[in-house]
Design a protein around this ligand. Structure first.
Ligand code: FAD
Length: 322
């Protein structure tokens, strides 16, 4: 018995959510007294693959097939199933991101394995295998017991902070049989929709709320984000009103983020917003109301009008960087 983690990559770099999944897999393996191995598909350097040892992987199976640089869920399901069989893996872990959401259910059907999607805690293995997840848009938790012999868990991104352990993984080439006929869909074009940096992977996020009054004022947020090389985010009413796209919405019913720096502009700090951002290392709040609840969660607070404070901050940072 062993644990296998599917670690997805983009342009040769393992995604942060995948590193979290590997780390989660390592903890599960420790609980079960076994080892954790990873599988990576597509063209990735040996150093990048070996670096998964830093998050606990003992070995990385690498399918260095350029056709898999973009995920084709049907084919990758076949590949992961072959890797699980080769390694005798009974527990298979994914990140609960786009590829995990596409592959884990297919693999679950293929292997007749129970699946818990979006785990937020390590499984309780004291009596079976019980995994906690959010349900009803984060309004409640469910503890789900997987009783099948094979178990699949996908891990909610940005729920577990990364704690590198040092070490390198052994890299092993893996070549399961894949035919061109297996490829049923093909990615023809990838367009980045969330600005300069993907939100869930961002180290710095500048986020705006209803205090910005309207979409025409978003230049304020974007200019500051640009100077900092940050991603932009928004509170839910902002995306509900169509000021910003829904994929920028953070909070209980949106994305969970865990950047090093989260700058909140004109956001009150409702509990549902905080639920998605309070794992940030440093929170800076800019709000004209000194009683805004967000200040209680802030490391640094600026009480002031965003329309005065933010342009000055952006200019100061520009000068500092010049
Ligand atoms: P407001 O609460 O209107 O706050 C605007 C803030 O801007 C105020 O604090 C005000 O003082 C400040 N301000 C005004 N003018 C200026 C100015 N010129 N300069 C500086 N500051 C200014 N919300 C989320 O964000 N994410 C979620 O995932 C989410 N999920 C929810 C799920 C449920 C089931 C429910 C019931 C609600 C959810 N909400 C969520 C909504 C949440 O409760 C709040 O209503 C929302 O976060 C408020 O957004 P806001 O802070 O942008 O707006």
């Amino acid at each position: 018995m062993s644990v296998l983690v599917f670690a997805d990559q983009h342009e040769g770099k393992i995604k942060k959510a995948a590193l979290e999944a590997v780390q989660y897999g390592a903890s599960v393996a420790k609980q079960l007294g076994t080892a954790v191995n990873a599988i990576v598909v597509g063209e990735v350097s040996n150093d990048e693959l070996a670096s998964l040892g830093n998050y606990g992987a003992a070995k990385v199976l690498h399918v260095a097939d350029a056709r898999l640089n973009d995920i084709e869920p049907g084919v990758v399901t076949k590949v992961v199933a072959a890797a699980a069989e080769k390694e005798g893996a009974d527990v298979i872990i994914f990140a609960h991101n786009f590829s995990g959401k596409a592959i884990a259910p297919r693999l679950s059907a293929r292997l007749k394995a129970g699946l818990v999607a979006g785990a937020i805690e390590l499984p309780d293995t004291s009596n079976g295998f019980v995994v906690k997840k959010n349900v009803f848009s984060g309004k409640a938790f469910a503890k789900v017991s997987i009783s099948s012999a094979k178990k699949i868990v996908s891990v909610l991104p940005n729920t577990f902070s990364l704690a590198p352990v040092g070490g390198t993984a052994a890299v092993e080439a893996f070549s399961p049989a894949i035919n061109d006929a297996d490829f049923k869909v093909k990615v023809v074009k990838v367009e980045t929709v969330s600005g300069e940096v993907p939100l869930t992977e961002a180290e710095i996020i500048v986020s705006g709320g209803r205090g910005l009054k309207g979409p025409e004022n978003w230049g304020l947020v974007e200019d500051l984000a640009h100077v900092l090389g940050a991603a932009t985010a928004a509170s839910r009413p902002v995306s509900d009103s169509g000021w910003r796209p829904h994929h920028e919405h953070v909070g209980q019913t949106g994305l969970t983020v865990r950047p090093n720096l989260y700058i909140a502009i004109g956001i009150s700090g409702a509990i549902q917003h905080l639920a998605g951002v309070n794992g940030s290392k440093v929170i800076v709040v800019i709000n004209k109301d000194p009683e805004a609840p967000f200040f209680k969660a802030a490391d640094y607070g600026i009480v002031g009008d965003a329309f005065e404070v933010v342009p000055k901050l952006t200019e100061a940072l520009k000068k500092y960087k010049a």
